[in-house]
Design a protein around this ligand. Structure first.
Ligand code: C2E
Ligand code: MG
Ligand code: MG
Ligand code: MG
Length: 277
């Protein structure tokens, strides 16, 4: 009986692997036509500067709504886009959309775009980007790129591209700090403008003294290295107060606003301005 059970489990296990592979292929094929079919769009989440209370800018977050599958979450389709190489084309589309969006904002506000490490490989990113900036007449300093620490970015040529981007005037933020391949030595390999503390810490700092201590240390370190520090994923007032107390520069999270479509931005900014008075 034990043997039969074991085989049964084996069978269902391998079935689920092939199901997963098949699901990935189906998603990959659907993603191939997602841009042409207008299934992709961006939503934007504001970042609030704590000392001044002003909105500094927005992070652009990609969304995919497929006519059959419905909404597919970025944590599912971004990896598919990366494995298939589609992320290069999609990533450029995201940059272009974000540039168009930035023209609707007051001139001091920036738009942050997430960059996959794969977009840094090869040299056409810089050319394509310059092309987009010229076409839409956007100064490079309206843009910020968010990158995460990963094996890929560790190569010298990827660092060279980040250096070129920075020289163009684009700000570079280190995203999801404190997780994954997180290594402090990374911070010395590139002069990041901004450090974003991963949201996994934010759930904990109200109740766990050790999490708060780590966040406090990250904030102090960022300041010592002359980087702006952002906390993301803040959902409640109490957490917001703690970050203010610990000297965090900027916050982003549901407590300020959820990511929203472009059409809601003007009303959001107007209401925000009125509430500040
Ligand atoms: P990320 O860059 O770290 O983005 C922050 C994520 O936290 C977003 O998830 C956002 O919706 C979510 N978030 C913001 N505030 C809160 C909060 O208060 N509570 C909670 N629970 N979550 C909050 P989202 O939009 O699902 O994106 C997930 C990840 O997908 C992003 O993480 C980013 O790594 C990736 N991604 C999204 N758009 C793009 C893109 O255009 N290109 C690339 N390469 N990656 C993208
Ligand atoms: Mg990000
Ligand atoms: Mg993040
Ligand atoms: Mg992330």
């Amino acid at each position: 009986a034990a043997k039969a059970d074991g085989r049964g489990r084996m069978r269902s296990f391998s079935a689920s692997i092939s199901e997963q592979v098949e699901k990935k292929l189906v998603l990959e094929n659907a993603l191939r036509t997602a841009i042409q079919n207008n299934e992709l769009y961006l939503v934007y989440q504001p970042q609030q500067h704590l000392k001044t209370g002003l909105i500094e800018g927005f992070e652009a977050l990609l969304r995919w709504e497929h006519p059959e599958f419905g909404k597919v979450t970025p944590s599912v389709f971004i990896p598919v886009a990366e494995e298939s190489g589609l992320i290069r084309e999609i990533g450029l589309w995201v940059i272009e959309q974000a540039c168009m969006f930035s023209r609707l904002l007051p001139s001091g506000m920036r738009v942050a775009v997430n960059l996959s490490p794969l977009q840094l490989v090869g040299h056409d990113l810089i050319d394509r980007l310059q092309d987009i900036l010229e076409r839409y007449d956007i100064p490079a300093d309206r843009l910020e790129f968010e990158v995460t620490e990963s094996m890929l970015i560790n190569s010298a040529s990827d660092m060279d591209i980040l250096t070129l981007l920075k020289a163009m005037g684009i700000r570079i933020a280190l995203d999801d700090f404190g997780t994954g391949y997180s290594a402090l030595s990374y911070l010395r390999q590139f002069p990041f403008d901004k450090l974003k503390i991963d949201r996994s810490f934010m759930k904990e700092i109200k109740t766990h003294q050790d999490a708060l201590a780590v966040v406090g240390a990250i904030i102090d370190m960022a300041k010592a290295l002359d980087m702006e520090v952002v906390a993301e994923g803040i959902e409640d007032e109490q957490t917001l107060k703690l970050l203010t107390l610990y000297g965090c520069d900027t916050v982003q999270g549901y407590v300020i606003a959820r990511p929203m479509p472009e059409k809601d931005i003007a009303v959001f900014l107007e209401n925000y301005r009125l509430a500040m008075q």
